[in-house]
Design a protein around this ligand. Structure first.
Ligand SMILES: [Zn+2]
Length: 161
């Protein structure tokens, strides 16, 4: 059975695992999952060392460690969307299970699930936003398309690394 892969083309005798993948426009490919995991941990998606947030959800303008500009991320309302998606898929089944087993009074449901939902959403928002910033960086979206090469004399970036 032949399996076709999208591995980068390597010259004969070259270990393909040592070749840096290149995008169709000649830029170095950025690994998506590692970038998202670094963002999930509130770290710069490029180096994984610098802090991603300067406040609860405020993304820093640039990384303190590697200088990667992060101000042009456009997470917008995707983090709340995914936060609601994830927390809803956790809270609602738990509510149904508790109702089926113990049938507590409505005020007990309210007293338990409202604060639990609030705390869960507040806890999930920053890592989800970080992961989405990492995703945008890896896919070169919204100004993340250029590597950190110096601008040429006219101030325009070449986009070639
Ligand atoms: Zn960095």
């Amino acid at each position: 059975m032949t399996v076709e892969t999208t591995a980068p083309i390597a010259s004969p005798g070259t270990d393909p695992t040592l070749v840096t993948p290149v995008t169709s426009v000649g830029q170095t490919a950025r690994p998506v999952w590692p970038a998202m995991m670094k963002g999930l941990k509130h770290r710069c998606p490029k180096c994984g060392k610098g802090a991603l947030f300067s406040a609860y959800l405020k993304v820093v303008d640039s990384c303190d460690s590697c200088g990667q500009e992060l101000h042009h991320h456009r997470a917008d309302d995707a983090p709340p969307y995914f936060t609601i998606f994830v927390s809803g898929h956790i809270i609602i089944p738990l509510m149904i299970v508790v109702e089926r087993i113990w049938e507590p009074a409505l005020w007990i449901h309210m007293a338990v699930w409202l604060p639990v939902t609030l705390i869960m959403c507040m806890a999930l928002l920053p890592p989800i936003k970080g992961a989405l910033v990492g995703l945008q960086w890896a896919f070169r979206m919204h100004g993340f398309e250029y590597d950190e090469e110096p601008a040429d004399a006219s101030g325009a970036r070449t986009g070639i690394s």
